[in-house]
Ligand binder design. Structure first.
Ligand SMILES: [Fe+2]
Length: 333
């Protein structure tokens, strides 16, 4: 069943978890249009209330109440939150990360920056675990691709998205199926949190929250792009999407976690964008799962090894999931 949504940017198809032929038709029809991803970002953002929704109620409590000193530097060492992203249906990696987070002292919340599903063999378990363990999550392009439209996906990624959609469709318990769908379709794309809302959380970039990549090379090769992105950042932003962890500053510059010795201290008057890396499919040459601990004054990059073999075997057992998706886990790329 395909339900057309009117009043938005053109012919967006809202899909109730059925890979009907029309849906693939939309993908082909829109796929050539370079501006399409921009409209996806803005369309979803509009549906989430313009700014993607500020924290309220339970969300606000989840990240505590940070104090800010007169010069704007965070103080009060009591608040620590874990930020994960890009799980991509890799339940073994997610379990390894959550086990490590549980061992950390004083973690007051866990937030997820999206791409819970897509590519990996355990999408249902990952969604159920994020619902249970995370205070909130954002919508990534793959979450969007599964429940709405696999926009600008290559054939392998689109096949993985349709297979993932079929896993949710196969759920016989209608209440459970609805719960998962409601969760995925209700994910926000832009959330502000922390003291004075000084942290912006998006999956891709502050400019195009679902689909735009910020690559380390952009700090050197695309300074105008970085400048325009930083114009949309009040002080700090946390992102995923590229699967490459590190810190962008508004100099502009990029610092990888090795260079930083795994810790970055916030500097007065300096804006920064923190990429937390990927739990389920790292692409920085290190196959270990990546996440960060955000606390007053700085951010610490974490890596956790996990057993890749069972994940790779599951991927290879599914014809719709390309074997390359298994191979790349070993190489971290
Ligand atoms: Fe991703």
């Amino acid at each position: 069943m395909v339900e057309m949504v009117s009043g938005c940017y053109g012919r967006m198809g809202m899909i109730h978890l059925r890979s009907e032929p029309q849906v693939e038709c939309f993908t082909r029809w829109w796929g050539w249009w370079p501006g399409w991803c921009y409209y996806v970002d803005e369309w979803v953002n509009e549906r989430r209330g313009g700014d993607g929704g500020k924290l309220h109620g339970r969300d606000a409590c989840a990240v505590g109440y940070w104090k800010v000193s007169g010069d704007g530097v965070l103080e009060n060492g009591s608040v620590r939150i874990a930020i994960i992203s890009d799980i991509h249906g890799n339940m073994v990696a997610l379990n390894a990360v959550l086990t490590e987070i549980d061992r950390e002292e004083g973690i007051e919340g866990i937030i997820c920056l999206g791409d819970i599903i897509g590519y990996g063999p355990d999408p249902i378990d990952c969604v159920d675990t994020v619902i249970e363990r995370c205070d909130w999550s954002l919508m990534g392009n793959h979450d969007f691709g599964v429940v709405y439209e696999p926009t600008n996906f290559n054939p392998g990624a689109a096949a993985a998205a349709f297979w993932t959609r079929a896993q949710f469709e196969a759920e016989g318990d209608m209440a459970l199926r609805k719960k998962r769908l409601d969760f995925l379709m209700g994910l926000r794309v832009r959330v502000k949190f922390g003291p004075d809302d000084s942290f912006l959380a998006v999956h891709g970039s502050p400019r195009r929250p679902i689909n735009e990549y910020i690559f380390p090379d952009d700090a050197i090769n695309a300074s105008l792009k970085i400048q325009q992105i930083f114009e949309r950042v009040d002080r700090f932003a946390v992102v995923g999407h590229s699967h490459v962890p590190g810190v962008f500053t508004d100099e502009p510059d990029f610092y990888d976690p090795i260079e930083l010795k795994e810790h970055f201290t916030f500097q007065e008057g300096e804006k920064c964008i923190i990429n937390v890396g990927s739990v389920g499919q790292p692409r920085d040459g290190d196959p270990r799962a990546s996440y960060v601990i955000l606390e007053d004054g700085g951010v610490t990059f974490k890596r956790v090894g996990y057993e890749i073999d069972p994940v790779a075997e599951k991927i290879r057992a599914v014809p719709e999931l390309n074997d390359w998706l298994a191979d790349r886990l070993y190489e971290g790329r």
